[in-house]
Structures are given as structure tokens and as C-alpha cells.
Design a protein around this ligand. Structure first.
Ligand code: HEM
Length: 479
């Protein structure tokens, strides 16, 4: 009886096991089949490229800003607007499709998150706004957006600093001398940010700028951490900058009364984010300085070069600024009403941002399996969205390689993502526009200028740069 019962139980178990195996195999097979179906819907793979480096060299190859990124152009020609390639050691889905790019940018924080290499995170800091995600990012971002604002009253509080920094830089230009315009533009944007963020004075700005340049330079370097490498120098510069910021934080935490005339970003954080550690404050300030420094300066330098090469646009923008100047008495400050009259200047800025593209594009990682526009993107997959491809779409921007600010007179809305989008939309976009416009006003109305060297080029290396730092001769105009 007992033996019979045992046999019965064993055969029951065997049946149960067999059923479990069949069901398990079925589920795995179904999963594999559906995965295979999904994988079939992944974009085509370009080829594996070179061992280890894949297609990275082609991706980062230097090219003129006047052409669509050659790597993207080649990909589109052979495989269509969405394809897979091997970049920086990872299989990456590349999107040159405007609609897909917009969906991915908008999906930030939900289905995608920015993907940064560890080497860059070390330079920016673990608690940098650019590096953090989720609730931590949302909270820090809300603080920065509230401080920076985009409304007129907030921007108008920055205007006097911008104007003072502009005139200060120009006061060092001897009439008839040659200046390195890109360096001057960088000094200008750095002065403005230092004032707005931590109220640094003129002398302190001059002392810190070289250190900051070393730091800034390392962000785009090969991450080899040996004595003498750019990356190593950048990490050392970071430590020194952090020490300077910490000294200011200590002073502010101990003082009872504000010793500078306007509340700066650090004051704002100390009152509105009292729970923030010193490390978090350091990363916050450093990131804001980094993100707004070279970006606006490069755009400014490219505008000067592009206007020089496009006399019609130069004449139109000159007329706009001379008209504003005529309404002012000598030495009278600009105000927001003047800024609102700079509409052609905004067209020039838009067109430069469209053409020059501060970044080739953005890297994101998929947080879950997603299907977008018929393309399957598996969880963990790296995606590269090309901003250049959006801005060189000839259906939207005819003759995209032509610098034509007037095209913006007729554009009501268009795919335009120089400042990113979604929850990572650049919080400094309006400040950048204001800085560039005010600097241009004084530059165009106070100086006659010529580019002194032939064959200056604007290149992506892969980051945008202007060769020889744009040397120009400036001659003071009689006012
Ligand atoms: C023409 C000038 C500028 C351009 C083209 C530009 C472009 C961008 C882009 C494309 C992003 C989004 C990156 C992403 O999606 O991961 C971004 C983010 C950011 N930008 Fe700008 N930017 C400019 C100026 C500035 C300025 C003046 C500031 C000053 C505070 C600034 C601060 C930031 C910060 C803090 C972020 C990170 C936002 C976040 O992760 O939530 N930018 N910028």
C-alpha cells in the first residue's frame, strides 16, 4: 500500500515536473520568439566596425559646421535615418530622424536618461545637476530654473551685470589692435557667470579664469589620468576650484549680513536648499559655470565670423543696433525694452545655433523596453540622437548649409533643439540669448572690425571650435 502510494506520488510529481518543463520551455520559446520579433524591429546594424573602437573614429572625425555630420550622412545614405553602430565600445542606436529624436528627448526621466561616461562624471562631480537623475535631479533643477527664470523681470536683474562685463572687456581693447575674439568672448561669459553665481569681483575673476580654462578643457579630453595629461590637469584644477568655492561657502555660512549688492545663486541655494551639503553646493556651482561658459562664447565667436562672411545680414543687424543706439543718450544703460527690439539679432542667434550645433547630439540610455515609430529599443540600450540631423533637415530648412538669418522671419514653429528639451531643457537658454545680444550691441555700435587671418574655419572636432581663436582687428568708432 505504502509502496503503491509512493509510486503514485512519484508519478504525480513526474507528471507535474513534465508539465512544468513543457510550460517553462513554452514560455521561454514564446519569449525568445517575441524577443526575436522585437530584435527584428531593431534598426539595421551598420557593421561591427573596427575591433574595440567600432565606428568611433568616423563618428568623432573633424568636419566643417557647414555640412551634415559625415558619419550621419553615410549612415542615412546606406541604412536610413535610424541605424545601429558601435560607438565608444557600445552598440548604439543612432537617430537622425527628427520625430524619433524629439520623442527620445521628451522621454528623458521616463523611458530614457542621459548617459555620461564615468570619466566625465569624475570631472563634473557625482552630485552635478547634469549627472543626477530622478527626484534628486528634479529638485536641483527646479531651484536653478527658479533662480535663472525666463521672465523679463528676472532677466532684467542680470542685464546690468552683462552690460558691465561687456564694457569692462572692451575697455582693454586698444583701438587698432588685434584681439583673439574667442578668448575675449570666453572671458566675458565667465565674468558674467561668476557674478551671477557667486559674486566674484574683477580681480578674482581674472585669477580664476585660467584655472577654469584648464578644467573646461579637460572635460572634452581623453580620460587618461597620468601626470601631465589634460584629464589629470583637469582633475587637479577641479580640486582647486572646489577649494575656492568652499571658501566662499564657509564665508557665507558664517556671515550675518550680505556683503554684495544682489542675491546671487549661492545665496539663493543657501536660503532655499538648507539641507544641501557643501559637496552638493560645490558641484551645483561648478556645473552652472561649466555649462554656460564655452557654450555662449563659441556661439558669439561664430556669429562674428558668420556676419563677416554675410554682408547682407551684417548690414541688417547693424541697422537694428544703430537704431536702438540713436534712442539712447551717451552712456545711458540698455534696458529690457531695448532688448525686446533686437528681433533680427534673435534670428541671427537662432540661425547660428542651427548651423553650428554646440553638440553633435545627445547620448541617452533606455530605462525600459520601448517601441517608438516602429523601432524596438531594448532596456539598457544606448541611443544617440543627432541634433545636427534635425537642424539640417532640408524639408524644414531649405539649403540647410547656408547661413540665412532671414529664414527665421517666416518660421512660426519648427523642430529646433539647440537647448535640448524635456526635463533637461537648458535652464540657461534665455541668459545665453541676453548675453550674446548685449555684447553684440556694443561690439557692433562701438567698433569697426576686420578678420585678420584668412581661411578661419568653424569645425566640429567633434566639439565646435573656430580656428586660431578668431583674431580680429578692432578700431573704435567715433560715437
Ligand atoms: C548658447 C548657449 C547654450 C547652449 C547651446 C546650451 C545647450 C544645452 C543643452 C543642449 C542642454 C541639454 C543637455 C541634455 O539634454 O543632457 C543644456 C543643459 C544645461 N545647460 Fe545649457 N546651453 C547654453 C548655455 C547655458 C548657460 C548660459 C547656462 C547657465 C547656467 C547653462 C546651463 C545648463 C545646465 C545647468 C544644464 C543641465 C540641465 C539639466 O540637466 O537639467 N547653459 N544646455
Amino acid at each position: 500500500m505504502e509502496i503503491n502510494g509512493l509510486v503514485e506520488r512519484m508519478s504525480d510529481n513526474l507528471v507535474a515536473c513534465a508539465v512544468a518543463v513543457v510550460v517553462g520551455v513554452g514560455v521561454v520559446a514564446l519569449f525568445a520568439l517575441s524577443r526575436a520579433e522585437h530584435v527584428k524591429r531593431m534598426p539595421p546594424l551598420v557593421s561591427r566596425g573596427w575591433p574595440l573602437i567600432g565606428h568611433t573614429l568616423h563618428f568623432i572625425a573633424t568636419h566643417s559646421v557647414f555640412e551634415l555630420h559625415p558619419f550621419i550622412k553615410h549612415g542615412i545614405r546606406r541604412y536610413g535615418k535610424v541605424f545601429q553602430a558601435s560607438l565608444f565600445g557600445k552598440r548604439t542606436i543612432v537617430s537622425a530622424d527628427t520625430e524619433l529624436t524629439k520623442l527620445i528627448i521628451q522621454g528623458e526621466g521616463k523611458t530614457f536618461r542621459s548617459a555620461w561616461p564615468d570619466s566625465l562624471i569624475r570631472i563634473l562631480g557625482q552630485e552635478s545637476l547634469i549627472v543626477t537623475s530622478g527626484e534628486e535631479h528634479r529638485h536641483s533643477r527646479a531651484l536653478l530654473v527658479a533662480y535663472m527664470g525666463s521672465n523679463r523681470s528676472k532677466l532684467s536683474s542680470f542685464l546690468p551685470h552683462i552690460e558691465a562685463a561687456t564694457l569692462e572687456i572692451m575697455s582693454n581693447w586698444k583701438s587698432g589692435s588685434i584681439i583673439s575674439f574667442k578668448d575675449e568672448a570666453k572671458h566675458f561669459t565667465f565674468s558674467v557667470l561668476c557674478k551671477i553665481m557667486i559674486s566674484l569681483g574683477k580681480k578674482e575673476v581674472a585669477q580664476t579664469h585660467t584655472l577654469f580654462e584648464t578644467y573646461d578643457d579637460s572635460i572634452l579630453s581623453i580620460p587618461l589620468n597620468f601626470p601631465g595629461t589634460r584629464y589629470n590637469k583637469g582633475l587637479k584644477a577641479r580640486s582647486k576650484l572646489v577649494a575656492i568655492i568652499q571658501e566662499i561657502i564657509n564665508k557665507r555660512r558664517n556671515q550675518t549680513k550680505c556683503d554684495h549688492e544682489n542675491k546671487d545663486l549661492l545665496d539663493y541655494l543657501l536660503s532655499n536648499a538648507q539641507e544641501y551639503s557643501d559637496t552638493k553646493l560645490q558641484d551645483f556651482i561648478l556645473t552652472a559655470l561649466f555649462a554656460g561658459h564655452s557654450t555662449s562664447a563659441i556661439v558669439l565667436a561664430c556669429i562674428v565670423k558668420l556676419l563677416h562672411d554675410t554682408p547682407k545680414a551684417l548690414q541688417e543687424i547693424m541697422e537694428e543696433h544703430e537704431k536702438i543706439q540713436k534712442t539712447k543718450t551717451q552712456g545711458e544703460d540698455l534696458d529690457m525694452n531695448d532688448y525686446m527690439k533686437m528681433s533680427f539679432t534673435q534670428n541671427v542667434i537662432n540661425e547660428t545655433l542651427r548651423l553650428v550645433n554646440l553638440s553633435l547630439g545627445l547620448f541617452k540610455v533606455a530605462l525600459e523596453d520601448v517601441e517608438l515609430k516602429g523601432h524596438f529599443i531594448p532596456k539598457g540600450c544606448i541611443v544617440f540622437v543627432s541634433q545636427i540631423a534635425v537642424h539640417f533637415d532640408s524639408d524644414v530648412y531649405p539649403n540647410p548649409e547656408r547661413f540665412d538669418p532671414s529664414r527665421w522671419k517666416n518660421i512660426k514653429s519648427s523642430p529646433f533643439v539647440p537647448f535640448g528639451g524635456g526635463i533637461r531643457l537648458c535652464p540657461g537658454a534665455e541668459l545665453a540669448r541676453l548675453e550674446i545680444s548685449i555684447f553684440l550691441h556694443y561690439f557692433l555700435t562701438h567698433y569697426r572690425w576686420t578678420i585678420e587671418v584668412e581661411n578661419i574655419q568653424m569645425l566640429h572636432t567633434p566639439f565646435p571650435t573656430i580656428t586660431k581663436n578668431l583674431p580680429i582687428r578692432v578700431v573704435r568708432r567715433k560715437l
